[in-house]
Design a binder for this molecule. Structure first.
Ligand SMILES: C[C@@H]1O[C@H](OP(=O)(O)OP(=O)(O)OC[C@H]2O[C@@H](n3cnc4c(=O)[nH]c(N)nc43)[C@H](O)[C@@H]2O)[C@@H](O)[C@H](O)[C@@H]1O
Length: 422
């Protein structure tokens, strides 16, 4: 069967660009759709990780089962607080990622494409399963065992019955409804969802709190294939390129970075150079209380940055941060010997790419630097580290983090997760 999707093991010629498919909802099980959502307060980069768990699951079953994974639009993320960028709801994945590239790994489609297929007379979603942890999961002496079962909901849910159908958050789509909503206690890896999906005959199933399902295998070659397929949207890559060139004397040619257009053609890379700047991801805001011991005050962060700048004999520092303007200005006063830069798009550009796009441009710039220092346990920093692994930077230039004042300097550095190829 040719689904139009490009499997990792198919020759490139067989990989169609189009995701158009013939399914009209007329034959109940010809194609099935898996929708999902994540715990509302989670940020963008944790959500990227949850996507990978489900995409890898879809990748594993795609030869035998005809599912489409519907990409959940980005709506009202807690950290996206800019007021001058318009509404940040229902943003499609193509604003941030190269969706064709994702499709070369897993059969994914955008929400709007899925919505376009639903006949008027039918609720969009047949069945919603809200994943929850087993009540006894943390009991002492309880052995880990993969299991799932439909059970009463332990906590209250945001779904409520209105007439025959259920209403719910549904990524802020007001008209979406579901026919059935149940809770499923779940303990195990994403592939365990197969049992849950196959006990159902529904065509459209949604998994809420998908973060409860764990990675099948973290860090093997399939994980990295999925990760490599998550290329950023071209327009964001171009914006980052422009910034690197104009402000940081950095370009792929000059920095010795050589990445094929298509991730399927990527082989193990070695990058010895990197742009002539130090990049730092300085996570502030909720991390100031959430990770108080490991997040340095600005003065202590600056001391660590200065030390590294002297060692590397660099002049320019790129700071990716969620810090308010005043904090960034203070940091600059502590680093007055150097040129300290931040990506600050014009209001028009920011309106276009939104908070999510600004964050990705920050990540791209950090990932191309000669040396990177991140923030303890921030998934934002982790994703930069992965990007650098893909580009083949030497690991000691990647797996670094700032130390908290209480910890002192030096402190324990991040675990290295090396890239693996087939
Ligand atoms: C404590 C936990 O932290 C987790 O955050 P953590 O892993 O850093 O990383 P994320 O899951 O991405 O969430 C942090 C969000 O804050 C913004 N942000 C953080 N750092 C930067 C930066 O350098 N530049 C720009 N432009 N934006 C930044 C951005 O919107 C990003 O997605 C959250 O996902 C969890 O919900 C929870 O809050």
């Amino acid at each position: 069967e040719n689904t139009g999707f490009c499997a990792i093991d198919k020759p490139k010629e067989d990989c169609g660009d189009s995701v158009e498919e013939k399914d009209t909802f007329s034959s109940p099980l010809s194609v099935r759709y898996l929708l999902y959502d994540v715990n509302p307060p989670e940020g963008f980069n944790l959500r990227r990780d949850v996507y990978m768990r489900l995409a890898i699951f879809m990748h594993r079953i795609k030869k035998k089962e005809n599912w489409r994974l519907v990409l959940p639009p980005w709506s009202q993320l807690y950290h996206w607080q800019s007021s001058n960028v318009g509404e940040q709801i229902k943003l499609p994945w193509r604003m941030f990622f190269d969706v064709k590239s994702l499709q070369k790994f897993a059969p994914v489609i955008e929400m709007e494409e899925f919505l376009g297929k639903i006949p008027k007379h039918r609720p969009a979603i047949d069945e919603v399963y809200i994943l929850q942890h087993y009540k006894d999961m943390w009991d002492e002496g309880k052995e880990w065992q993969d299991r799932w079962s439909i059970e009463a909901c332990i906590e209250s849910t945001p779904y409520s019955k209105s007439g025959k159908a259920f209403k719910g958050p549904f990524w802020t789509y007001k008209n979406l409804t579901a026919q059935k909503v149940e809770c499923a206690s779940f303990q195990g890896h994403a592939t365990l969802l197969k049992g849950l999906l196959n006990q159902s005959k529904a065509k459209v199933v949604m998994i809420d709190h998908a973060e409860v399902a764990l990675h099948d295998t973290y860090g093997d070659h399939v994980y990295w294939e999925c990760r490599r397929s998550m290329r950023f949207a071209h327009h964001l890559v171009e914006i980052a390129k422009g910034f690197r060139k104009t402000h940081l004397d950095s370009s792929d040619d000059y920095d010795g970075i050589n990445r094929p257009e298509d991730w399927l053609e990527e082989k193990e890379q070695t990058t010895r150079g990197g742009g002539p700047y130090l990049a730092v991801h300085l996570r502030r805001k909720d991390f100031l209380w959430g990770r108080a011991k490991q997040v340095p005050d600005l003065q202590f962060a600056a001391e660590q940055i200065e030390e590294k700048m002297k060692e590397l004999q660099l002049r320019k520092i790129f700071i990716a941060t969620d810090a308010p303007k005043a904090e960034f200005a203070e940091l600059k006063t502590h680093l007055s010997k150097f040129k300290v830069l931040r990506f600050e798009p014009s209001p028009t550009l920011k309106f276009e790419i939104k908070d999510g796009g600004v964050a990705i441009v920050d990540q791209i710039i950090c990932s191309h630097a000669k040396y990177f220092i991140g923030t303890h346990e921030s998934t934002f920093s982790f994703r930069i580290q992965e990007e650098r692994e893909i580009m083949g930077f030497q690991r000691n230039t990647t797996f670094n983090r700032l130390c908290g004042r209480e910890e002192g300097f030096p402190c324990t550095q991040p675990t290295q997760w090396p890239i693996v190829y087939k």
